[in-house]
Design a protein around this ligand. Structure first.
Ligand SMILES: [Zn+2]
Length: 284
């Protein structure tokens, strides 16, 4: 499922493809649920030059020069791809035809993606966008911002990191990766974190996102769910394989209904305790 880096990659691609160009026609598959309760005619009215393409969490906000706009979400399998005029694309739910003749397809096999026409002036007030928490790339993520975002959560750390109303953009993959980088067990509670652990976590979140954006010089990360795809992650999808730092076998368990990956050596379950009691749950 696309997370912040993949959506940011989509934003950068769309920006590049539409720079100096104009969308002369938009086509929408009337049977696709991509547009939910919007009128297909409103989707097909999206045309003109794009003046901005912004991202908050996993949402894209497209603003046109004529005041029209759209909120888009890639859902589980959505993807924007540019093709020549005559190319057909499987699972193409919407097509933005450029004045160059090229076509940007919104391809979405599983139809969890969304394109919703919203006036450009109202994009950030859209309820789906307005509820989102701090975005680590757009807003930055200092130690203070991270503590403000999840410090009061009673949830386990990984579940709190994936709460879009607290931090926008992290999903199952990048929450697991950040916790591994920060050497924190996913089941720790935010209240148990010491100052240096907060620092490690803030850095780890940014490092993980930066790494994902840099993979293959901007090429999109292949999801491990696709058979045969290379898995670029440190722990995600690596159950039973040696930890890249200490070679202990990576373990997997279910947390909040999702599979979590953890190195039992690098990410001890208990908070470090000065009294060295086995269940030392010190409060920060
Ligand atoms: Zn390890």
């Amino acid at each position: 499922m696309p997370e912040l880096p993949e959506v940011e990659f989509a934003r950068r691609s769309l920006t590049r493809w539409t720079q100096g160009r104009s969308i002369v026609r938009t086509e929408a598959d009337p049977k696709a649920r991509t547009f939910r309760n919007s009128k297909v005619s409103d989707v097909e009215a999206l045309e003109g030059a794009l003046v901005s393409i912004e991202r908050k969490g996993k949402y894209l906000m497209l603003a046109f020069d004529n005041g029209k706009g759209a909120v888009a979400h890639l859902g589980m399998t959505g993807k924007f791809i540019k093709r020549p005029a005559d190319a057909t694309e499987k699972w193409s739910r919407a097509r933005f035809v450029l004045d160059s003749g090229d076509v940007i397809h919104f391809q979405d096999p599983r139809l969890f993606g969304l394109i919703e026409p919203v006036p450009a002036s109202a994009l950030k007030m859209n309820p789906a966008v307005a509820r989102l928490g701090v975005d680590p790339l757009v807003d930055g993520l200092s130690v203070g911002q991270l503590r403000d975002a999840i410090g009061d959560s009673k949830q386990e750390l990984k579940v709190a990191l994936m709460d879009q109303e607290r931090i926008a953009g992290l999903g199952n993959i990048h929450a697991a990766e950040a916790l591994f980088r920060a050497k924190l067990h996913p089941s720790r509670k935010p209240a148990s974190l010491a100052d240096d652990e907060w620092k490690r976590l803030a850095k780890a979140i940014i490092d993980g996102i930066t790494f994902a954006l840099d993979v293959e010089d901007g090429e999109e990360i292949e999801y491990v769910e696709e058979p045969g795809a290379e898995n670029p992650f440190l722990v995600y999808g690596h159950e039973g394989e040696p930890c890249p730092k200490c070679t202990t076998a990576i373990e997997a368990y279910t947390q909040g209904g999702r599979t979590t990956f953890v190195c039992p050596s690098c990410q001890p379950k208990s908070a470090p305790s000065k009294s060295s009691k086995p269940r030392g749950r010190k409060r920060a």
